[in-house]
Design a protein around this ligand. Sequence first.
Ligand SMILES: Cc1ncc(C[n+]2csc(CCOP(=O)(O)OP(=O)(O)O)c2C)c(N)n1
Ligand SMILES: [Mg+2]
Length: 229
Amino acid sequence: MHFFSKEHDYFGGNGIVGAQIPIGTGIGFAEKYKGTDNFCVTMFGDGAARQGSLYESFNMAMTWKLPVLYICENNNYAMGTSVKRTSNVHDLFKIGSAFEMPSESVDGMNPASVHESITRAAAHIRSGKGPYFLEIKTYRYRGHSVSDPAKYRTKEELEIYKDKDPVILTQHKIVKNKIASQKEIDAIIDAINIEIDEAMEFAENSSYPLASELYEDNYTQKDYPYITD
Ligand SMILES: Cc1ncc(C[n+]2csc(CCOP(=O)(O)OP(=O)(O)O)c2C)c(N)n1
Ligand SMILES: [Mg+2]
């Protein structure tokens, strides 16, 4: 949630559900203002799609034809609350129609469909016609967090989605089409696991940050020159 990389134009997550939607819209505004060819990919969940900030952002983005690709990862649940319990509108892509924003529902369990729809949306946005909205339908196998036992769904529902796991199906496709062998894929997975283990070890062996570091890398750092350890 707290990753951020200026170098990679990655503007991080947000602890306030839905707060990234107006921020992404503002980034789109900045790109248009500067006359670049960039657009801002603004991602959020189905729960965030119920926030009022989405409706204000969609309205302004369409009014000013801002270069923003809005992606809603609809995994059926906002923490433990199903999409069906939070509104009368269950097909989230339909929200875009209130603003006449081009909007599509995408099978998120199929990487090729995701690639095609993003390519189409990118061409539309780069042609200067304004924002685009993709509702990417997916699923979350685990609970929302470690404290969520996910009792709000049945085992059968989980099994249906596990059979459609795009990561596993894509691995099978790669092997079947001889793009890479299973051995090569396993080596990549092993290398990733080693990297994660090393990062965990580094974190656990690191000392706690100084209290004054709270005020580093913030926009407001200069406003707190009096903070010391
Ligand atoms: C404004 C606000 N309200 C409530 C919360 C508590 N909260 C954290 S995640 C979440 C659900 C978000 O749902 P979704 O966007 O679908 O994400 P998912 O559960 O699928 O990860 C809620 C209500 C919060 N972080 N911010
Ligand atoms: Mg969700």
